[in-house]
Design a protein around this ligand. Structure first.
Ligand code: HEM
Length: 205
């Protein structure tokens, strides 16, 4: 089943590399002392890499949103509000128990349903909530003059920083869980192969 057209594979590979660079340079800036302690890379280099990578990420994100709409891939991201929690709940139940009892996938992959409800919910939250918030707060940190001076007596810059770090942390947690859930296809490397070849390997024979 051809589920991942070339543009998705190229965008996804670039996006993964960029996010990994951003996480590494972000953690490095967090723990590197300007004068003495260097964690991973020195502060000035981390700032430069972080900023350049972030600008490329913004361009690649705009490309993703436009192509998702133009190509029709956006339909896989549409959430049915009625089953907002029940369907992802069913998928979680499968992951924590059903899967180990040899039960069948509750939401098998098809041309109409590329993602199970839990994947869909997390992809929507990451691509349309966390990533935009990271980008917007990142702009605020890059251009402090555009951030609100004070909100409820607290510096707008610090609030923007907290938002940026929190979203960055959530993206990192997402990445770890994402890579783990991508091992739960027909075979441990089936989904990774799918993202390289474009073809999804069927879950059950
Ligand atoms: C080394 C890092 C990564 C690996 C190995 C990886 C692996 C994969 C694989 C195997 C799939 C296809 C399985 C599926 O349909 O869910 C996938 C899809 C996806 N991944 Fe990743 N991923 C990585 C990083 C990321 C990051 C950083 C993001 C977002 C910030 C992301 C967002 C997505 C999205 C949105 C899809 C669905 C794309 C679509 O078909 O519309 N991935 N990933």
């Amino acid at each position: 089943m051809y589920l991942y057209p070339l543009w998705i594979r190229l965008w996804h590979a670039l996006n993964a590399v960029l996010i990994i660079i951003l996480i590494i340079t972000g953690i490095s800036m967090q723990y590197t002392d300007k004068d003495s302690l260097v964690f991973i890379i020195d502060f000035a280099a981390a700032v430069k890499w972080h900023n350049v990578t972030a600008i490329i990420l913004v361009i690649s994100y705009i490309f993703f949103v436009i192509m998702n709409i133009v190509s029709g891939n956006a339909r896989y991201y549409r959430i049915n509000r009625e089953n907002l929690f029940s369907e992802p709940g069913e998928q979680i139940r499968y992951y924590v128990s059903g899967m180990f009892r040899g039960e069948k996938q509750p939401f098998p992959v098809s041309m109409e349903r590329k993602f199970n409800p839990l994947q869909k919910l997390t992809y929507v939250l990451i691509m349309y909530a966390a990533l935009p918030l990271v980008i917007i707060s990142g702009f605020g940190l890059m251009f402090p003059e555009i951030t609100i001076a004070k909100l409820f007596g607290v510096s707008g810059f610090i609030l923007t920083d907290i938002l940026h770090i929190t979203m960055g942390f959530l993206m990192t947690v997402f990445l770890v869980i994402h890579i783990y859930t991508c091992t739960l296809g027909a075979k441990p490397f089936s989904l990774f192969r799918g993202m390289i070849t474009g073809y999804h390997e069927p879950d059950e024979e």
